[in-house]
Design a protein around this ligand. Structure first.
Ligand SMILES: [Zn+2]
Ligand SMILES: [Zn+2]
Length: 369
């Protein structure tokens, strides 16, 4: 499609002020500015907990301007590409998966210039001159407009092609939730035979973590404390042990057939001290606690516990472009898919209300609806 065939306006779901509902509006079509810019026709846009955090206005400086268009995990089709984006092969019609981060990275800061830095624990570095962790870069859906709109401008250096075997609606929820837990499992060096705990196993991230860990060959132990998420965790990972934290004590937790209780690695997904305490209690000595959630008040940590049991606490923030590419290939090969419910763009407030009921899984705007 050439630019002359493009509409002048588009439908977008706007956040006009903190704690407001989304408002469907007709706004001017976004204009590419940088040679790397791609105008994307959004096909699927997935809802993340961080969208709720941004909508509440509780993070200083986010979004930098109201009204704001949320959503930092989405997919779409190229309709217009700047010269640098076209040189990378992003012609009209190419299907892309987009993680919000690394929008217009600076190319010169320590992060951008570093290149692969596996020693730092990045798992994969990005090519020199491009970093998902560039401090000067933006995030589509946080600092810049995101995917809850018919069109969005993205940076050719932040996107991944959608592999064969995954639809746009399937790929959108992988771009924050999937990429985050995949990176966490890889960073924790999960390998065949590892025992992995997932606290919050039926949530948006948790039910993906259960699948990725299982397909990596780990013995998986899911922990949940509500009926519907418990059911979902059991459904997506029939080979895993799934325990109800309301009725099972942490010291009893282990994988099926495991002689010694406790897990090698645990992912903490809920934002609650109770969940964190439970996670720390199911770890074996010398185990690794991987923080993925970030409650405003932080977590209280027992230093003595860490010393006596030689525990490690670490975290991840999303993943690099290279890690995201690996995640997508892995998901396509092993059939890792989110359980999701779809809504049309104009029903976004209904999607949010459904998410808030806490049933687990993911909620995705499908633009074809
Ligand atoms: Zn930079
Ligand atoms: Zn997210």
């Amino acid at each position: 499609m050439s630019s002359t065939e493009l509409p002048q306006t588009m439908k977008a779901q706007l956040l006009e002020s903190p704690n407001a509902l989304y408002t469907l509006a007709s706004v001017p079509l976004p204009q590419p500015q940088d040679p790397h810019d791609i105008l994307l026709r959004v096909t699927a846009a997935s809802y993340c907990h961080t969208d709720a955090v941004v909508a509440s206005g509780s993070v200083p400086g986010l979004p930098p301007v109201w009204p704001h268009i949320n959503c930092h995990e989405f997919a779409g089709e190229v309709v217009m590409a700047g010269p640098a984006a076209a040189a990378l092969g992003f012609a009209s019609g190419v299907r892309l998966a987009v993680a919000g981060r690394g929008f217009h990275c600076c190319g010169v800061c320590d992060e951008c210039a570093a290149g692969p830095d596996v020693e730092r624990g990045d798992l994969h570095g990005d090519i020199p001159g491009v970093s998902a962790y560039c401090r000067a870069s933006g995030t589509c859906g946080l600092t810049d407009p995101g995917g809850f709109a018919q069109y969005v401008v993205v940076d050719a250096r932040q996107v991944n092609r959608i592999p064969e075997g995954l639809t746009d609606v399937e790929v959108a929820p992988l771009m924050c939730a999937g990429m985050t837990v995949f990176t966490a499992l890889r960073k924790a060096a999960v390998r065949p035979g590892s025992v992995v705990g997932v606290v919050g196993a039926g949530g948006g991230l948790g039910h993906l973590a259960m699948q990725f860990a299982e397909k990596m060959g780990a013995k998986v132990v899911g922990v949940e404390s509500a009926d519907e998420p418990l059911r979902l965790a059991r459904e997506v990972s029939p080979g895993a042990t799934v325990v109800d934290a309301r009725t099972t004590e942490a010291k009893e937790v282990g994988a099926e057939g495991q002689s010694r209780k406790g897990v090698d690695v645990v992912l903490v997904l809920p934002e609650s001290q109770k969940a964190f305490d439970y996670a720390m209690s199911i770890l074996r000595d010398r185990g690794t606690c991987m923080l993925v959630s970030f409650p405003a008040a932080g977590f209280h940590i027992s230093a003595l516990d860490i010393m006596l049991r030689h525990l490690n606490i670490t975290s991840v923030l999303g993943g690099t472009f290279a890690a995201t590419e690996e995640m997508l290939q892995f998901a396509a090969k092993h059939g890792v898919k989110a359980k999701f419910e779809t809504f049309p763009l104009d029903k976004l407030n209904e999607l949010v209300a459904k998410y808030n009921q806490g049933g687990g899984g993911k909620y995705v705007v499908d633009m074809a609806m």
